[in-house]
Every structure is written in C-alpha cells, then in structure tokens.
Design a protein around this ligand. Structure first.
Ligand code: FE2
Ligand code: FE2
Length: 197
C-alpha cells in the first residue's frame, strides 16, 4: 500500500460529510469484528471498510465519466441502473488508481459491497454485512439482521438483502437483478453447508 493507514483515513474522510465518515468508522469497527469472528483477514477488512464509500459523494457526472472512460474494465451496464450502485464500482476503481490498493480481495470487497455477487468471497461478505449492521445503522429490521449476523455471514446477508428487496418492492422501485441472484446464491450455499454437516 502506497499510503499509511493514517494517510488513507485522512484522504478518504476529506471526501465525504462528517455523517458519512462516522458511518464508515462504524463499518470499519463491524468489518474487523466480523473478520475476527468468521476467519477473514481483519487488516484487509479494515482497508476495504475505510474505502468502501470513498466515491459515495462524488458528483454523478464524475462517476459516470469514470465508468464510461474505463468501460473495458468497468461495468457500463450499471449506468442503466440506480445511481446508488455506481459508487461501489467507482470506489473500487479509485481505490486502486488513487490509493495504490493492489490487493484484488480488497478491490472486490469494495466493488461488490452494495449488490453482492454470485460467489461472494469471505471478505466480500464481511464488508457487505458490516455495511448493513454497523452501530450507527438505525432502520426498521436492522436488529433482525444483527441477530442473523451472529448465526453466520450468510444468514446475516440473506436478512440484509431481504430487507433491501422488501423495501424496494414496497416503494415500487426497480430491483437490481444481481442482488436477487446474490441472495439466492447465499441460500444455495447454506443448503450445501447443511448437507455437508
Ligand atoms: Fe456504499
Ligand atoms: Fe456504506
């Protein structure tokens, strides 16, 4: 890593309002705790958490330009979906370009922290679930997700994605298909674990 942890924190926190930085600190805390509980690398979880929302407050046009300019590496199709999804893709890109993060596990955990993906890595799961349950989160149903997170990463994430999908359904908003596929894949993973145990 090109920057020290302190330098990274200073640079990333300067790009968002205090409230979002507080959320990021909560995600750092929860991601490290989940990594320790479930056997992921706590240092990688920490770096991915610090950077996960780095692009969240970037101007929409800037995010769109990055995705278009790097369409050989980034998913241009995202531009036809909710803008909320763009910051994950752009965040993963700038983590590498601007902050010298070269570890693909960290980059992927940032990239997939909003939607999940089919075949989520251990670190993907840790960061995505930490984003749902960090101590500052206070939305209807968060306690249920926290309870499930004690059972397993997969149970926690299924509860998290269920809450997102339910909310979108109730608001008659478009559901990003990958979130549904990620949820289904986690259920399949649990079934395989049950058979194996
Ligand atoms: Fe995010
Ligand atoms: Fe977040």
């Amino acid at each position: 890593m090109a920057l020290s942890r302190e330098e990274l924190i200073r640079a990333v926190s300067a790009q968002m309002p205090a409230k979002r930085w507080k959320h990021t600190q909560g995600v750092m805390e929860s991601a490290v705790a989940l990594a320790e509980k479930y056997g992921a690398d706590p240092e990688k979880a920490d770096v991915a958490a610090i950077l996960h929302d780095v692009a969240k407050y970037w101007p929409i046009a800037e995010m769109e330009a990055i995705i278009r300019d790097h369409n050989n590496r980034l998913n241009v199709e995202l531009l036809t979906h909710d803008k909320q999804l763009w910051h994950s893709e752009v965040g993963a890109f700038v983590a590498e370009r601007d902050y010298g993060v070269s570890d693909s596990e960290i980059i992927n955990a940032i990239r997939w922290h909003t939607s999940g993906r089919v075949g989520m890595s251990l670190l993907d799961k840790v960061v995505c679930l930490a984003d749902y349950i960090e101590p500052g989160r206070d939305f209807p149903g968060v306690e249920h997700i926290r309870e499930q997170a004690h059972r397993s990463l997969e149970e926690g994430l299924i509860a998290g994605f269920d809450s997102t999908i339910s909310l979108l359904l109730s608001q008659r908003r478009v559901i990003y298909p990958l979130t549904v596929l990620s949820r289904n894949d986690l259920i399949a993973q649990l079934k395989i674990m049950e058979v194996g145990s």
